[in-house]
Design a binder for this molecule. Structure first.
Ligand SMILES: [Mg+2]
Length: 356
């Protein structure tokens, strides 16, 4: 897939008058992070299709029923984005805040049935307000249409399939002009292969109670959440044996889910960079991207921000994890609280500007 498939803001690059090397560094991370055991650290990389060691332990570690044995963030005095709100606002002074939000586990609670991962009306109202004040993108591993059907806000950017399916606002966003429609699908050539693997996985997993294969257009998810732990190894074996036959696909692990996606160098971090470019902000020194997500796949975006020295990532988690994010929020309700404070701060500061 080439850039020819991109229908994007062709003027964005021309508008980027500044190419100054970015000097702003993300806020320092107070407190200490707990390093994961070697086993879990290895899982931060792509899974080895031939090896089934470690992953079951990691899956268990992410289960709420096993959280009791893990120290809580509060006990470790980790920096909460809510506690550090004033410092965050200070760091963003004079800069354009751009918001990137994961969906599952960030805007919606993690639920047994992924088809029922609805966001609350209050969260939707909050995200709608957020989109009025800041360019806002939803970045998800889900199929773009599916995540849009959950969020239902036309004025936002959507990056589905781990950023492999990006579309700009349909209407109503003041952050984008009509001529700046964005559509980017770097993995289109993989569609027939993904369809084929989907059918094979459906067949191979049909006897495992609770296993759910989800078609996310450019990638697939195999959910373990409703499968008896005793059957996890069997399910893992089936998934690995299928994916092994497709060297152009890779297997990664999320929260009780296996992700199968093309080996192309494209992830949520690349999607973030692409969206900044589409907004004409890629080379600006005065941009302040904030990415909020709960999953290991969100680490790619956290790392991009850390490497760029711009903005910061916020990990949604109740347990300490090794991460490139700078702050934590414990659950979606805290995410909503943080977003509401951001909206309120922006509203008040705009009013103040108008008065002057
Ligand atoms: Mg998530």
């Amino acid at each position: 897939m080439t850039r020819q498939s991109i229908v994007s803001n062709s003027e964005s690059k021309q508008n980027n008058s500044s190419s100054t090397i970015l000097s702003h560094k993300p806020p320092p991370i107070p407190g200490k992070y707990i390093s994961l055991p070697l086993c879990d650290r290895q899982l931060l990389k792509d899974l080895d299709i031939n090896s089934s060691t470690c992953w079951v332990d990691s899956m268990r570690a992410s289960s709420p029923t096993h959280l009791k044995s893990t120290p809580s963030l509060g006990l470790l005095e980790q920096p909460s984005a809510l506690d550090m709100f004033e410092q965050i606002i200070k760091a963003s002074k004079g800069k354009q805040i751009v918001m990137f939000l994961d969906y599952d586990g960030t805007l919606s609670p993690i639920v047994e049935d992924p088809d029922r991962a609805f966001m609350s009306d209050a969260m939707r109202r909050t995200v709608r307000k957020l989109g009025r004040y800041f360019p806002t993108a939803i970045v998800s591993g889900r199929c773009r249409d599916k995540v849009y059907n959950f969020v239902k806000l036309t004025e936002l950017y959507y990056a589905g399939s781990h950023g492999m399916d990006i579309k700009g606002p349909a209407k109503g966003s003041k952050h984008v002009k009509k001529s700046q429609a964005v559509l980017f699908q770097p993995a289109s050539e993989f569609l027939p292969m993904i369809d084929e693997v989907y059918k094979t996985l459906l067949d191979k997993t049909k006897t495992i109670l609770g296993a759910k294969v989800e078609h996310n257009k450019f990638c697939l998810s195999v959910h373990f959440r409703c499968v008896d732990e005793k059957k996890w190894n069997e399910l893992s074996h089936e998934v690995r044996s299928v994916v092994k036959e497709y060297p152009k696909l890779k297997l990664t692990q999320g929260r009780k889910v296996f992700e199968i996606r093309p080996t192309i160098k494209w992830d949520k971090g690349k999607a973030l960079e692409f969206l900044l470019e589409s907004l004409g902000l890629a080379n600006c020194t005065d941009v302040f991207p904030v990415y909020i997500g709960d999953d290991r796949t969100d680490e790619d975006a956290f790392k991009v921000l850390r490497d760029r020295g711009q903005g910061f990532g916020i990990l949604v988690s109740k347990i300490a994890k090794e991460t490139n994010a700078s702050y934590y929020l414990q659950e979606p309700s805290e995410v909503m609280n943080f977003l509401q404070r951001l909206v309120k701060w922006r509203r008040v500061s705009l009013r103040r500007q108008f008065r002057l």
